[in-house]
Design a protein around this ligand. Structure first.
Ligand SMILES: [Zn+2]
Length: 260
């Protein structure tokens, strides 16, 4: 990891001094103005004509650690956004009008697992992508889970209503899906019943072919009973059984249905 800049050391190019808790931090207006609309306005107002003169800004409502965290995150070394600094950075982003920092924090949070905690952050800072992602997460949880979660008490009524509404929509879609697959199953079932009847009829008729005179050879067509010793009669019967079996092949569809 590269060494982080020491903002307490003055350098020749520094043109802004930020004073926090009595400590002077030497920074550059170009950097700060690029990130923050509030600072940009301030610099323009402080020295509209002479952009080279140095100015001093005193920040009274922040801690030194917090300001340093922000500076480390926006300077070229760009410390990454993390769980430990994202809240601080979002506070700055709002107070100092820093849209790129706000986007960076939202990107970071969106890449994490959605949670009720993030939903509260999304509401507080109006982070729309994160908000949607977390509402989508919340609607998949059970009502019991949501009611039990103490964090849900920090979620606004408006958002809770939205979660419940989307939950109802989700259940309705689910119910429709179920109805559709039920219809499909009923149809498949009817088809199988038809095939079963066909099979039963065929099996019945296979048993009867030994009694049918026209399934015998021409010499034995007029006999009362099948002559098992006649080679021609047996061959004819075998052909007939094979034909019936190949007709029954379509029943295989039953097995492919089971595999789906
Ligand atoms: Zn015969």
């Amino acid at each position: 990891m590269s060494a982080q800049r020491d903002f307490t050391v003055n350098d020749a190019l520094s043109d802004v001094t930020v004073v926090v808790e009595g400590t002077k931090l030497y920074v550059h207006r170009q950097y700060l103005a690029e990130w923050s609309g509030v600072w940009r306005k301030l610099f323009v107002a402080e020295c509209p004509d002479d952009v080279t003169s140095s100015i001093e800004i005193i920040i009274e409502d922040k801690k030194l650690d917090e300001v340093l965290e922000l500076l480390h995150c926006i300077y070229s070394s760009q410390k990454p956004t993390s769980d430990s600094n994202v809240d601080i950075l979002l506070d700055f982003a709002e107070e100092y009008d820093m849209p790129s920092m706000r986007n960076r924090c939202e990107d970071y949070l969106c890449a994490q697992d959605a949670s009720i905690e993030h939903l509260i952050v999304a509401e507080k800072f109006d982070l729309k992508h994160l908000y949607k992602q977390c509402v989508d997460f919340a609607k998949t949880r059970t009502l019991e889970d949501l009611e039990k979660d103490p964090l849900c008490k920090c979620v606004s009524e408006k958002t809770l209503t939205r979660i419940y509404k989307e939950k109802v929509n989700m259940m309705r879609d689910y119910a429709n899906d179920l109805k559709q697959s039920e219809t499909k199953l009923t149809r498949a079932n009817e088809q199988l019943l038809d095939e079963k009847e066909g099979m039963a009829a065929m099996l019945g008729s296979i048993g009867k072919i030994w009694e049918m005179p026209n399934k015998r050879c021409y010499k034995h067509m007029t006999d009362d009973r099948f002559d098992f010793t006649c080679r021609d009669c047996n061959e004819k019967i075998q052909r007939e059984v094979r034909r019936m079996c190949s007709d029954a092949q379509h029943v295989r569809r039953f097995f492919t249905l089971n595999n789906k």
